[in-house]
Design a protein around this ligand. Structure first.
Ligand SMILES: NC(=O)c1ccc[n+]([C@@H]2O[C@H](COP(=O)([O-])OP(=O)(O)OC[C@H]3O[C@@H](n4cnc5c(N)ncnc54)[C@H](O)[C@@H]3O)[C@@H](O)[C@H]2O)c1
Length: 460
């Protein structure tokens, strides 16, 4: 063990290693607060002045996350110091963790990562430990990150340490905390990997060490691509059900009585910062190979078609059930985030549903989401419930019971509500024109209770 490594490990053991986190978004704020809560001094940096001044004023901008709501007030200003001065990250930290975005919309980009790395090399990084957590294409840490860091004139793995450890948190899900999710860890060499493991063991219950940074990058992309492809398959099943009058939830319930059938959920779309870009990053990683990557692109295309199809379904209901022209009808959108109980609105299906509604002539659209602040399109629940048709895009807990007295039509993009004449899900309750609705609709007819998991939203 070289001296720098021994020193770092010893400091980590005493929780005396200072940690800088660059990027205080959904992941970075969580990571910062987790280390601070374990006794580490954490300096958190972000280029977003609003985020930093919010923290300086003691305001948590992700209040729906229970862990943050509980722990941030305890550590803020004490063990956790936020700052806009990103160039000080490598000066103040023995360890610098970078967790910046790696896409604009769904278009992957390394611009943010590059800027963050350039801030890091503004100070002497000898003996420091640089960790990348952002999701990246396979090979990025070796081929993009390390060359930038080595512009410092130092050698990675010898003069400073480098690790890659993808993040797997699940915002909005109180059952899956950062602590409870096993952490994949890798390093440029065994020393770096070992220090990373020592460090992360302080905040997570299990560290999974893999043999190379490329493997760790690949693992993250595999996980999200697997989800995306499986959700696409479910969405395709749902569209088939709409063509045949079969209820997709009933079919999924029945199919999942087979031990090796995995019931992912059909929905009105896949959004967020991750699932829309990670499969593309995986495909890009192999674009120069002779592999046929069509499966990944087809899944992306299918999932991206769900929001416009949902809008078109609402328009069809409007014409066929209400006998109204799309331009006359009032449409309501319930839920503007991409995920249940999260305030993250990036690439949310709602945005694409509204776009399509506009394209096909809807003139009166209102939207509401209690978790969204500062959005010009966010109106009131009362206004949404005055609509002829409400499209529910995400099943926030706050929406429980909202339709109890609603007399219009509901397009349930989450397949959470019980379908009925007026509640139409994805792949359930509404057959295309000319298709007879399957009379068997309803679990009760099978003499079974609907399992809880089928009642939960899986809009990702
Ligand atoms: N959100 C998730 O659920 C999740 C889960 C796993 C992995 N990830 C990955 O983690 C990474 C970050 O995602 P996120 O959701 O936290 O993004 P985010 O947009 O919520 O947060 C990133 C933060 O980085 C800041 N930033 C950008 N450039 C910067 C720079 N040069 N210096 C300092 N700050 C900078 C932004 O202002 C922003 O606050 C992405 O690669 C994402 O794919 C996200």
């Amino acid at each position: 063990m070289n001296t720098a490594m021994a020193k770092l490990i010893e400091k980590i053991g005493r929780r005396a290693a200072r940690i800088s986190v660059i990027g205080l978004g959904y992941v970075g704020l969580n990571v910062s607060v987790s280390f601070a809560n374990e006794g580490f001094k954490v300096h958190g940096f972000d280029v977003d002045k609003k985020k930093i001044s919010s923290l300086e004023n003691g305001v948590n901008y992700i209040p729906e996350e229970r862990y943050l709501a509980r722990v941030l007030p305890k550590v803020l200003g004490k063990k956790f110091i936020p700052s806009i001065e990103v160039e000080k990250a490598s000066l103040l930290g023995d360890v610098v963790i970078i967790i910046v975005p790696t896409a604009n919309g769904d278009v992957p980009t390394l611009t943010y990562l590059e800027k963050a790395l350039k801030s890091v090399i503004r100070n002497d990084i000898s003996g420091k430990f640089i960790i990348i957590e952002s999701t990246v294409k396979v090979g990025t840490t070796d081929e993009f990150v390390v060359p930038i860091l080595e512009k410092s004139g130092l050698t990675a793995g010898e003069d400073f340490f480098v690790a890659y450890s993808p993040e797997r948190i699940d915002p909005g899900n109180p059952d899956k905390t950062l602590k409870s999710i096993p952490k994949i860890v890798s390093g440029i060499n065994s020393e770096s990997a070992e220090i990373a493991a020592e460090l992360y063991e302080k905040i997570v219950s299990k560290v999974v060490l893999v043999s190379s940074m490329r493997t760790a990058e690949f693992v993250k992309l595999m996980e999200n691509s697997q989800r995306d492809v499986n959700i696409a398959l479910m969405n395709m099943f749902a569209l088939m059900c709409e063509k045949s009058g079969i209820d997709v939830e009933e079919a999924l319930f029945a199919a999942s009585t087979k031990w090796n059938f995995h019931p992912y959920k059909a929905s009105c779309g896949v959004g967020g910062h991750c699932l829309k870009k990670d499969p593309l990053l995986l495909a890009k990683s192999f674009e120069n190979s002779d592999l046929d990557l069509g499966l990944i692109y087809s899944a992306r295309k299918l999932n991206d078609s769900m929001p416009p199809l949902t809008a078109e379904k609402a328009a069809a209901i409007c014409r066929e059930k209400l006998g109204k022209d799309v331009a006359e009808a009032k449409f309501g959108i319930l839920g503007l985030t991409y995920k249940k109980n999260s305030s993250d609105a990036r690439n949310a299906p709602a945005q694409f549903i509204m776009e399509r509604l506009g394209e096909i002539g809807a003139k009166r659209i209102s939207a509401y989401d209690p978790l969204i602040r500062d959005s010009p399109i966010n109106g009131s629940l009362m206004d949404v419930l005055k609509s002829d048709i409400v499209i529910m895009t995400v099943a926030h807990d706050a929406f429980k019971g909202v339709f109890d007295t609603f007399a219009g039509y509901v397009v349930d993009g989450t397949n959470t509500l019980e379908p009925s004449e007026r509640v139409i899900g994805v792949g359930r309750g509404f057959a295309q024109e000319g298709v007879e609705q399957d009379e068997g609709n309803g679990f009760e007819k099978c003499g079974q209770d609907v399992p809880q998991r089928f009642r939960e939203s899986a809009v990702e």
